[in-house]
Design a protein around this ligand. Sequence first.
Ligand code: 13P
Ligand code: SF4
Length: 368
Amino acid sequence: TNDELHARIAAAKASLGDRVVILGHYYQRDEIVAYADFVGDSFQLAGAALTRPDAEAIVFCGVHFMAETADILAREEQTVILPNLAAGCSMADMADEDSVEAAWAELAQVYRFDPDETVGPDWFERHPGGKLPVVPVTYMNSSAALKAFCGRHGGIVCTSSNARTVLEWAFARGERVLFFPDQHLGRNTAKAMGVPLAAMPMWNPRKPLGGNDAEALRDARVILWHGFCSVHKRFTTAQIAAAREAHPGVQVVVHPECPMAVVDAADAAGSTELIRQFVADAEPGSTIAIGTEINMVNRLAAQHPDKTIFCLDPVVCPCSTMYRIHPGYLAWTLESLAAGEVVNEIQVDPDVARHARTALERMLAAAP
Ligand code: 13P
Ligand code: SF4
């Protein structure tokens, strides 16, 4: 039963004490969040992994790319555990290393650079004012291999909470940006910075060189990958219009993984932490419609009984992979750890980790 599971988790966690730190993303179920030492957005959780160098294990209740990031940033001796290895992210899977390498090779022909040339961690320091033809920027929601790709090619990682600062960093160091995997975060962020839509062509991997509009590529500032989040792409402007009609005075806040028209129609857009803060700061009695994952929306509603809080999507909007972190898996991984056995460890290849760390550290330096 659930009570038994909770007793098992509590007992295993208590017996491990400071040996383990449990991180939980805002989209996790309440039954998991209850045991997390830190709850946050993906940027905050990357930082949280660094705050407990004494812990021998980091149990990451989130999705695969988050656990990989923790493993890259954590001390080598620390073990990172993902309670269910099937907790991936469909958006992260939309950009694989081979497709990005292939696009890079084609872009190298268009913009005349050597695709194999790597840019060491100190390249920008050694070339003050120097600009690369293309700076690759990967959203945190991507594999470690793609973060390493960015690390090798003068690129950087961003999250939804620092995408604008990171794009400013990239524009200062490159003529243009290749942004992957999320087209929406890339488009919404660049648009807010004043980049015209015409300067944001979408890379079409199915067309050979030349199939992509040469003129659009020439004037491009941001070349967008075709990825998207299947949870956030469901939100529509019709839902916002319906919420405004049914609740005059409603404030609408959405995640920037939503399509552009939805972000434009909302009152605010930002990371899960921004959404949490938006709700916390709202006046008692206010009504807020949220465009993000349902576990987080329901929790915010429960935490703020003095406000009317609901999800823009009247059906349901769970992230099915976040949901795969069932309490049963947390109990199992913690009990195993207490018994001296590590299960479901996430271990990034050291060479991949080294380059990925370069890109992550650029982000941490640009947007601390
Ligand atoms: P945040 O960085 O806003 O937590 O977003 C992570 C994510 O996966 C959103 O879908
Ligand atoms: Fe990935 Fe979307 Fe789930 Fe976030 S909500 S983990 S982007 S599938």
